[in-house]
Design a protein. Structure first.
Length: 431
């Protein structure tokens, strides 16, 4: 059985793409909206502006420089170009034909979606279920932005319904689902992911058959991916489980760390907040970046997790206790990560009751690793709040959480998380 490091399956990076060189003068249009998506471009010299025609004229999406790749959107599905690329000054680009790019990056071409209305219909099918998605009251593209209880239009922006932002995107690779309906479910999931702002999602050409962490990180490094997502149906097929593997090994001492057992369940009852939580978890589970991608996380993560918070008050009834607890742990971890963004430190206080809610739902014996990480992350959140506010009222609660985590993680093959809990417990006792 081939592993994930099999070079026939996973190719080298974009530097191996050949193509041909083309030169453009200032103002030349490289491609226009509705042109066929038959190639991808890598800038070898100069700058390119990628923009799209919106309701108020030409809205700039991004300014790209030497080494940047553009024109990938639409390659997998064969959809026409969704914007305009124009040279700013003299520009030289390497033009890679669609099939060469697909073969080199080992991406399987996706058949056109069966859903009329593209992304919105695919999103309804996955998150709302067939009954709601086909009803007259269901979301329609002409109805305008999806709205939540928060700021008007926030979910539409997170979905990229008004066009992708100028943020440096995170590159996400998705393993296709297996089984009789795997191809259709994969298309639905990709429709959701490709609609999220700040994300560029691509698929592998077959389900993952090797979960060795070292090989998986080698795969992501070869393809310049930031995060890997594996999806599978729940045992009762009432939800879709998403597991997240960052390109760098998870720092288990980090507040809000995700254990290897963590998963995000997506179910029909989640409705609009589900894709806000999905975006928040992707941003929170990805490696800690510097530069442009760090700005992407700082800007989008707080907005996404705020839009997802109502989920804690109306959990999908079809989920099991383990599934509900994992959803809450994902939400609390995302809140903890978002609290690191300047000006959003108050989100950490919102994470504490959600960690407690998850721990009350989940029996320790059913999932000791998830339970232990939940206790450790709860202790971290309380400890940070104590240090921020110089208020030691919560000291005993932090000690209890760290002590409970240390007892469970000691015998569950989590030495780093156990050491982290023990070290933090000792620090708090010293105070």
């Amino acid at each position: 059985m081939a592993g994930v490091s099999d070079v026939r399956f996973y190719p080298p990076t974009r530097r191996n793409l050949k193509g041909s060189i083309r030169k453009f003068k200032d103002g030349d249009v490289i491609y226009s909206e509705a042109d066929p998506s038959d190639s991808v471009f890598v800038i070898t010299d100069g700058e390119v502006e990628v923009s799209e025609t919106g309701g108020e004229g030409q809205a700039q999406l991004s300014l790209l420089k030497r080494g940047d790749m553009f024109g990938e959107r639409g390659l997998e599905s064969g959809a026409p170009r969704g914007g305009v690329a124009q040279a700013l000054g003299d520009v030289s680009v390497r033009v890679i034909p669609r099939m060469e790019y697909m073969a080199a990056m080992n991406i399987a071409p996706e058949p056109p979606s069966k859903f009329e209305g593209g992304f919105f219909e695919g999103l309804k099918k996955l998150l709302l279920g067939p009954a709601l998605s086909s009803s007259p009251q269901g979301l329609k593209k002409e109805d305008g932005p999806v709205r939540s209880t928060g700021e008007p239009g926030v979910l539409a922006r997170l979905m990229g319904a008004f066009g992708k932002s100028r943020h440096n995107p995170l590159y996400v690779r998705v393993a296709p689902l297996s089984g009789e309906n795997g191809a259709e479910q994969t298309r639905q999931l990709m429709a959701v992911l490709k609609g999220l702002d700040g994300i560029r999602a691509r698929t592998l050409n077959r389900p993952l058959d090797d979960h060795d962490p070292v090989s998986l990180r080698a795969l992501m490094a070869a393809n310049e991916d930031d995060l890997f997502i594996e999806a599978q149906n729940s045992p009762g097929e009432t939800a879709l489980y998403l597991r997240f593997y960052p390109a760098e090994e998870e720092n288990e001492d980090r507040p809000g760390a995700f254990p290897k057992t963590a998963f995000l369940p997506l179910a029909g009852g989640n409705k609009e907040e589900s894709f806000a939580l999905l975006l928040a978890v992707i941003l929170a589970a990805a490696p800690q970046f510097e530069g442009g991608k760090a700005v992407t996380v700082e800007v989008l993560l707080p907005e996404a997790v705020k839009a997802a918070q109502p989920l804690a008050q109306h959990l999908p009834v079809e989920l099991t206790a383990l599934e509900r607890a994992n959803l809450l742990f994902c939400l609390a971890n995302a809140l903890t990560a978002a609290a690191r963004s300047p000006g959003h430190e108050n989100l950490l206080a919102d994470a504490v009751p959600i960690y407690r809610q998850a721990l009350e739902i989940l029996p320790r014996e059913e999932a000791p690793v998830d339970w232990g990480f939940g206790q450790k992350n709860l202790g971290c959140a309380i400890q940070i709040l104590i240090e921020q506010n110089n208020d030691y009222e919560g000291l005993e609660k932090a000690l209890d959480a760290y002590g409970a985590a240390a007892k469970v993680l000691h015998n569950k093959g989590c030495p780093l998380a156990w050491a982290s809990a023990q070290n933090r417990l000792g620090t708090m006792l010293y105070r």
